[in-house]
Ligand binder design. Structure first.
Ligand code: ZN
Length: 44
């Protein structure tokens, strides 16, 4: 039984991925960029 999800695995379905900037000591994502795979749709 396979659960076929259309959720983009690259961004987890959010459509955006956190972009860590160099120099951020706390590792907090300062910005987000549109997922290059799903182009922000969050789906495959
Ligand atoms: Zn994606």
């Amino acid at each position: 039984m396979e659960s076929k999800q259309e959720t983009c695995l690259h961004c987890g379905g959010s459509g955006q991925i956190p972009s860590w900037r160099l120099g951020t000591l706390f590792g907090i994502p300062q910005t987000t960029q549109t997922c290059p795979r799903c182009h922000g749709t969050g789906k495959k």
